[in-house]
Structure formats: structure tokens, C-alpha cells
Ligand binder design. Sequence first.
Ligand SMILES: O=C[C@H](O)COP(=O)(O)O
Length: 263
Amino acid sequence: MVARDESLRPWDDDVWEAGNWKMNPQSVSEASTLGAAIASSFSASTPAEVAIFAPAPFLASTLAAVGSSGVQVGAECCYHKAKGAFTGQVSAEMVQSLGVHWALVGHSERRVLFGDDDAAVNEQVLNLVGKGMGALLCIGESQAQYEKGEAEKVCTQQLNKGLAGVTEEQMKNVVIAYEPVWAIGTGLTCDPATAQKVHASCRSVLASMFSQGVADDVRIQYGGSVTPDTIDEIMAQPDIDGALVGGASLVAEKFERIMNFKV
Ligand SMILES: O=C[C@H](O)COP(=O)(O)O
């Protein structure tokens, strides 16, 4: 068994519900208001750890808005280089200096729109865990791959490539998010039983790559059109340890219901 790094996990729960705001909040004030609202509905009785992945310009203000609530704040992407002539990029060091300890890696929008291939994803994961930060690695198949029945195959490849070179010890700072691309922002939530099957397959891949202990301990979130109406059935699946939520994380009341899922 791999002991979790509790400095990155202030709450002793197995479940992690995370909001990915993407490029949606348009101002410091909008992000801060949303962050404060989410933080105010988070309490000791919330059955999950909670994190918000915010746009880089709003990380500091979102951290201030959530204050000491226990809601964690992460970055949406960190380039793997520490410093240099990389116009427009944000480094792990930059966000770490703000007090941010987590970043998303390999979100399908990064892969499809910005060319983050498996090699780039792997560099970002290695960079983050090498610095003691946490990496939330997103994987998932496209619609065409889904229709060909390739979900498990694609996820296996993305895990193998994205986590190449990561040590068993570093896996304590890795969370996986299975996000079928065809379900993102479409209202088409993956059938929970199908998602469970892919999650179980991912866990078995991680057992082969690392150990059964890592596979048992790692948290695997589901993402893709999660809403207050779908969260309970998703969370009832044994291998689903939380949700990575896009659109519904932009509405505090919706995200509050997701945080307080019922099983
Ligand atoms: O990172 C979050 C996912 O892309 C899901 O987004 P969504 O909940 O808007 O479908």
C-alpha cells in the first residue's frame, strides 16, 4: 500500500469532487464570488474532498476567496519547463509559489485543441510529481473510438503513456479522471455501469503498471456532463471515487449538490 501524501490531502476522505472552470469565469470578481459560494457550502459534513481548478489569472484570488475552508484550488495546466522563453505558458513553479499544489493534465480540450499529445502529457505529469505537486490526469476515448468499442483500449494506452516513468511512491500524488470525450459538455453522461466497467479496467491497468496497492488507493474520477441529477448514480459505482465537473461547477448550487452526493 502507498501512503497518501497528507500535505496534499487535508481531508481524510476517499472521494474527491472537483470543478474545472475552464475559460469560463470572465473576471476576478466573478471567480471570487463563485469560489466563495462553493467554499461557504463546504463543511465537515461534506462527504468528499473538494477542489476547484481555476484559470491561471484567477488562482490567487480564488485561493483568497476559499480561504481556510478546506476547498483546494488547482491549476488547469502547467507547462513542463520551469522557466525560459515560452511565451504564454505557466509553470508549476509559478502556481506553486501561489500555494497551489494540484494541476490538471491531459484534459481532452488540451489534447485536441492545443496539441498536448501523450508525450507532452507524460512530461507534465513527471514534472508535477517530481516537484511534489499533484497531477490529475485526464484520459478518455473520442466518440469514434467509443463507437468502435475501444474505450478500455484507449484508456489503457493513455495510462501507459501518461504515467510512464512515474514511481509507485509518486502515484500517491496522482488522481485519474476518466472523461469520455463524447460526454464532455454534451449532456450525454456515460451510462454509470459502462463508466464503472472502464474504471475497473483502469484500476487493473494500474495494478499491472505499479501494484495492487496503488490500484486500490488511486482515486479515479468520472467526468462528462455530471449534474445534480446524475451524480448519485455515478457515485454509487464501486470504482468511481468522485467527479470532475465542468459546466455544473459554474453554478454554486449545482456544485454544492454534487459535493453532497447521496449513495
Ligand atoms: O473537466 C471537466 C469535464 O470536461 C466535464 O465537463 P462538463 O461537466 O461540462 O461535461
